[in-house]
Design a protein around this ligand. Structure first.
Ligand code: CA
Length: 219
C-alpha cells in the first residue's frame, strides 16, 4: 500500500514515515501543499495523509485540488486540537476521516486500515481466499494449519496479492506498492520477497504467470 504523506513538520513527517514503513506501507512524503498536489497526479496511492496547516497553500486547498482532479483516493486529515472549523471544512471538502494532533500511532494505523478496507470493499480485517488468510491487524498469515509472522515487505507483497485474489501483479506494480521515493529498489527485490513467502507457503500458493507476474488463487 502506498501512502502520500503531505506534512511540513519534520519531526512528525519523519516519525510517521518511519512508523508506516515498519508496518509494511510505502510512503512518499511531500513537505508542502504544491508538491503534494502534483505528486497525487503522477502516481497511484491507496491513501493520502494530509496536514491542514502547510506553509504554502493550505491543506484544504490541496484537498480541493485532489477532488477537483477527480481523484477519489481516501484522504485522512491531520489537524490541530482547536481547529474544529478546519475539520468540518475538511470533511465537507471530501476528506474521509481526521485525526487530531497529537495522536497515537496505533490509532493512526487503525484509521488507515479502516479507510483501506472501505475502499477495497472488505468488511473485516481478514483477507482470505479460502486457502490463505491474512490478518491485517496482527499481520499474521495463516496457511492451512500454520501461522506465520512476516517482515514488513513480505506483508506488503502478500497484502497486494490478497487484496484481489486472482488478479495478476507485475513486478513493476509490486515494486511501486513496496517502495517510496527515498528507497533504492534492488533489482530482484520482489522475487526475493516472493521467495521468502514461498518458503512459508510452499510453491503452489503464489502462482507465477511467466512474463506477467504473480497472483494467488481466486477465492
Ligand atoms: Ca503543519
Amino acid at each position: 500500500m502506498k501512502i502520500l504523506l503531505i506534512e511540513d513538520d519534520l519531526m512528525i513527517g519523519q516519525s510517521l514515515s518511519q512508523f508506516l514503513k515498519g508496518e509494511g506501507y510505502a510512503v512518499n512524503w511531500c513537505q508542502n501543499g504544491k508538491s503534494g498536489s502534483e505528486a497525487i497526479k503522477v502516481e497511484t496511492y491507496e491513501l493520502v495523509l494530509l496536514d491542514l496547516g502547510l506553509p504554502d497553500i493550505s491543506g484544504l486547498e490541496v484537498l480541493n485540488n485532489i477532488r477537483a482532479a477527480k481523484i477519489m483516493t481516501p484522504v485522512l486529515i491531520l489537524t490541530a486540537r482547536d481547529a474544529i472549523d478546519d475539520r468540518v471544512a475538511g470533511l465537507n471538502a471530501g476528506a474521509d476521516d481526521y485525526l487530531v494532533k497529537p495522536f497515537a500511532l496505533a490509532e493512526l494505523e487503525a484509521r488507515v486500515r479502516a479507510l483501506l478496507r472501505r475502499t477495497t470493499g472488505h468488511t473485516n480485517s481478514i483477507l482470505s481466499n479460502g486457502e490463505i488468510s491474512l490478518d491485517t491487524v496482527s499481520k499474521i498469515l495463516h496457511f492451512r494449519e500454520a501461522a506465520f509472522t512476516l517482515s514488513a515487505r513480505e506483508y506488503a507483497v502478500i497484502y497486494a496479492l490478497m487484496e484481489s485474489p486472482g488478479k495478476v501483479w507485475s513486478r513493476a506494480q509490486l515494486e511501486e506498492r513496496l517502495y517510496g521515493w527515498q528507497e533504492e529498489v534492488e533489482s530482484n527485490a520482489v522475487e526475493y520477497h516472493i521467495h521468502q513467502l514461498r518458503k512459508k507457503l510452499g510453491t503452489e500458493a503464489i502462482i507465477n504467470i511467466r512474463g506477467l507476474g504473480y497472483r494467488v488463487k481466486k477465492s
